[in-house]
Structure formats: structure tokens, C-alpha cells
Design a protein around this ligand. Structure first.
Ligand SMILES: [Zn+2]
Ligand SMILES: [Zn+2]
Length: 329
């Protein structure tokens, strides 16, 4: 162990969960390290690129007598900056194979490579759903700042739903858990009843489910199905991306989150029927509290995911009015 005593939690056999600092309200992200007697040295998720995160992972590796060049495989649960940020750096330092779910490679991962080309679409999407000019004005700069801490890998190998991989000397099934991200990956160990869940389910906070320009058309519909999957799977333990690293009671939490989204759907349906509005104005009703600029954009994307789900179900209509999509009964 190094002097900085990395926060490592044993998961299964040689697999350990490390808490890595991130400059977000969740404070840490879980990075898993596996150094089995046989099989590749593996990282699962990589954190956002900050000096503190690099140091924390370095310390975590050295607790097992390992250094960056020893990493042979990096599995990333989803493309969000706090999980994927350092993937390209690890790849460069170690030559490790970076792996993600095939769906994510075609969507979120691609987003980082086509970022410049996709940015105008991202901005237009937010404007079309009512994001006011003062919040739009800083969107590009904030996005650029965020992107600077993400280093996409140059080659990403696809994992496929239902495929089995070896981790900690045991077999794990690759799961597709879309909603929070289109190609969100889970790893399921039936023997130990352990799920590596990333942000597909979290204690304390509801994973953000947002509709963006580049996402699948109905992320909330996807997420409700994922919650059903998790409820049926009923793992004894899940390793989660934030507020973990390990949680129990996944089945009850999945039910609770489904109830929470249904309440929000009821709320949005009634609000839009009573007073037709664009998604931004609906988001002010759904999240009336004070939020910073980034928080208001998340609130818009989350509200929009609910409004579009209702639209696709035929429970709300939408019309182009005054330069934005207005949802109504
Ligand atoms: Zn995420
Ligand atoms: Zn996350």
C-alpha cells in the first residue's frame, strides 16, 4: 500500500472497487481493478481526466504492485466523461484493449470523435426545446471545457449483449442496460449474484435520463425496461458508479425509481394539458428549485425525455410554435 492509502473495496476475488475523485457533486466515481492470477489485468471505467484522478488510479494500481503499462484491458460501462475520460490515456500508456458495448460504440463513444460536427446539432436541439438565449450562450464554451477532460480511445473493441467474459477468474455475462446512456453496459456474475452496474442504478440519486440530439429516440422508455430487467435479475449486490461502491436492495430501488418516473410522467402530462409549453418551461415546473446553468440543461434533457415518452405513447401532442416544440394535450 502507498502512503495515500487508496480507498479499495473487495468485490469478488481479485476484483476491487476504487473510489476516484471527480469534480462533480457526486464527488467520486467507482473504478474497478482486477489483477487475477490468470487473465488480463483489467480496469472497469476510468474517471474524468484530472490530476487527482490520475493519481488516485496510480495509487490504486500500485496497491497491487501494478503500474499503468501493466493494464491489459479497459472495459467502459458508458461514454460519460466521468467514466470514459481517461480511456485514451490508459490506452496510450499501456496499449490496453478498450472495450465497450457495441451499441455505445455506435452512439455515445462516436459522439466524442464527431464532437465538432455534432456540436451545432446539440445546440440546435436545446434551442428547439426552448433553452433560453442566456443558457444557450454558454453551452458551447461549457461543452468545450468538459470535452478537454475526455480522451477517447483510438480503437474500441465491441462487447455484445449475452457474451461472457472472464473477470476475477469467473464468468460474467455482458448486459445491455440502456436509458442513462444508449449503450450502457452491465456485467452479471450469476454465481456470486453480483452486478457491475455503472450508473444504470444508483442509491440516493436518480440516474439522469436525458434526451439529447444524438441519443436513441426514447431514453425513458429504454430506462423503464432496464429497471424491469434489474428487478427481475434481483442481484444481491451491485457495484455502482457513484455513492457506492457497493449497494444492496437493487430490486426495491428499481421499483422505487420506476414509481418516481411514473409520477413525473403523470406530472408532465397534466402540466402540458393544462398549459401547453415547451420542454424548457415544463422543466421549470418539474424542477422549480434553483439550479446552476449545467443543472438547468440536465433538467431540460430529463424533462424532455419524459415529454417525448408521452408523445411517443400518443398521450401528448407536440406542435412547432414560435420557434420551439410545444407539448400539449
Ligand atoms: Zn453516467
Ligand atoms: Zn457517472
Amino acid at each position: 500500500m502507498t502512503a495515500s492509502a487508496p480507498a479499495l473495496t473487495p468485490v469478488v476475488g481479485t476484483l476491487h472497487a476504487l473510489q476516484v475523485p471527480i469534480p462533480y457533486p457526486m464527488k467520486t466515481v467507482t473504478v474497478l481493478i482486477d489483477a487475477p492470477r490468470q487473465g488480463p489485468v483489467t480496469l472497469i471505467d476510468t474517471a474524468l481526466d484530472t490530476p487527482e484522478a490520475r493519481q488516485a488510479i496510480e495509487d490504486g494500481l500500485s496497491a497491487f504492485g501494478l503500474h499503468w503499462p501493466d493494464v491489459e484491458r479497459v472495459i467502459v460501462t458508458h461514454h460519460h466523461p466521468d467514466h470514459y475520460g481517461l480511456a485514451g490515456v490508459v490506452e496510450e500508456r499501456s496499449g490496453a484493449a478498450v472495450q465497450m458495448l457495441d451499441v455505445e460504440i455506435g452512439r455515445g463513444e462516436r459522439y466524442w470523435h464527431l464532437w465538432e460536427e455534432w456540436l451545432p446539432g446539440h445546440i440546435k436541439h436545446m434551442a428547439d426545446h426552448g433553452l433560453p438565449p442566456e443558457l444557450l450562450a454558454t453551452l458551447e464554451l461549457d461543452s468545450r471545457r468538459g470535452k478537454a477532460r475526455v480522451h477517447p480511445a483510438s480503437r474500441v473493441q465491441p462487447l455484445r449483449e449475452g457474451q461472457h467474459i472472464s473477470l476475477a477468474g469467473q464468468e460474467w455475462e455482458v448486459l445491455w442496460l440502456p436509458g442513462h446512456a444508449d449503450g450502457h453496459l452491465g456485467l452479471w456474475n450469476e454465481q456470486e449474484s453480483v452486478l457491475i452496474a455503472g450508473d444504470a442504478i444508483l442509491p440516493r440519486i436518480s440516474p439522469n435520463v436525458g434526451l439529447y440530439a444524438y441519443t436513441r429516440p426514447d431514453p425513458l422508455g429504454d430506462y423503464l425496461q432496464t429497471l424491469g430487467k434489474l428487478e427481475a435479475l434481483n442481484p444481491a449486490r451491485a457495484v455502482v458508479g457513484h455513492h457506492g461502491p457497493v449497494m444492496e436492495g437493487v430490486q426495491a430501488r428499481a421499483r422505487q425509481l420506476r414509481g418516481h418516473h411514473h409520477e413525473r410522467l403523470d406530472f408532465i402530462r397534466e402540466e402540458a394539458k393544462n398549459e401547453p409549453r415547451d420542454a424548457y418551461r415544463l422543466s421549470l415546473a418539474m424542477f422549480p428549485r434553483d439550479l446552476n446553468t449545467a443543472g438547468r440543461r440536465f433538467a431540460l434533457a430529463e424533462t424532455l425525455a419524459h415529454a417525448e415518452h408521452l408523445h411517443l405513447l400518443g398521450q401528448l401532442a407536440r406542435t412547432w410554435q414560435g420557434g420551439a416544440w410545444v407539448y400539449h394535450g
